[in-house]
Design a protein around this ligand. Structure first.
Ligand SMILES: [Zn+2]
Length: 156
């Protein structure tokens, strides 16, 4: 499997295209096992911190389903986008990959094209988004911050 993932500017568009190709258009269809199966990516739940290693996404089995979904978004970015072993690469480059994976996870786990259908600027939106997209309140809060900073009505 080799997929080219663009840089953050067009990331929301790429994620939308990714889900459309999978015929996923609703939050309840966001299932990490289903997605990884269709990508031909192996997922294992182990008693260690989540990581991507040797073609396998390893998810920490001690954390909540919400955190596992968030970690899946993070590790999927490494799987799709990142070459190389972080243990042997320059710390600055590894740090860049971590920043990219962090942003990717927010946008992947709570896709903008689904978010746009909600009136998510309401104050009560955070817990609604958290429930709908199966993420933690903290994650939903951060996601909204990222979403609001985007030119939502001008996707170019
Ligand atoms: Zn990472």
């Amino acid at each position: 499997m080799k997929t080219i993932v663009p840089h953050n500017t067009h990331l929301e568009d790429w994620i939308e295209a990714f889900y459309k190709e999978m015929k996923i258009s609703n939050p309840h269809e966001l299932d990490l096992l289903d997605i990884s199966h269709r990508l031909g990516l192996k997922v294992e739940f182990l008693n260690i911190g989540s990581r991507y290693y040797d073609g396998v996404i390893i998810l920490d089995n001690r954390i909540s389903p919400q955190e596992q979904w968030q970690d899946f978004g993070h590790e999927l970015c490494h799987a799709l986008r990142h070459e190389g072993n972080q243990l042997t690469m320059s710390p600055l480059f590894a740090e860049l990959q971590e920043m990219q994976a962090k942003i990717f996870a927010y946008k992947f786990c709570v896709p903008l094209f689904m978010l746009k259908r909600l009136n998510y600027l309401k104050t009560k939106a955070i817990s609604e988004i958290a429930t709908l997209f199966n993420v933690t309140n903290e994650f939903a809060h951060e996601r909204i911050n990222i979403g609001i900073n985007l030119p939502l009505h001008n996707d170019t």
